[in-house]
Design a protein. Sequence first.
Length: 121
Amino acid sequence: MQRQDDFPERRVQLAALSDAELKERFWQLTEQVVQPLVELARTYTSPSVERSVLLRMGFSSIQAKEIIDKCVEKGMLGKGAGHAVWRLAQLENIAYLEAGRHLAQGAGWDRLQEFWQMGGE
């Protein structure tokens, strides 16, 4: 089945627009198309993304794996593994590398869970 060419009809709506108005219309439509992707990127993560974050924060591959595994186990991956490390460091008033070591060893998860259940960000 071949798509029927409706360009002449659709062009009528655009014919009266100036170049500046066409450019503005283009960017409005582009924003509409891209918005779901932006929202997906803002709200979705994966173990590989979080591993990359932790490695860039200075954790070893082994530490990163432990932290991510615990995030998944506790249902906190959506909060972000790097965020979990940073948040525990803030709550405990310790360096983030130390907080990450605690999390990798299984400590501190209850504190994070309590914080987020109370509505903390």
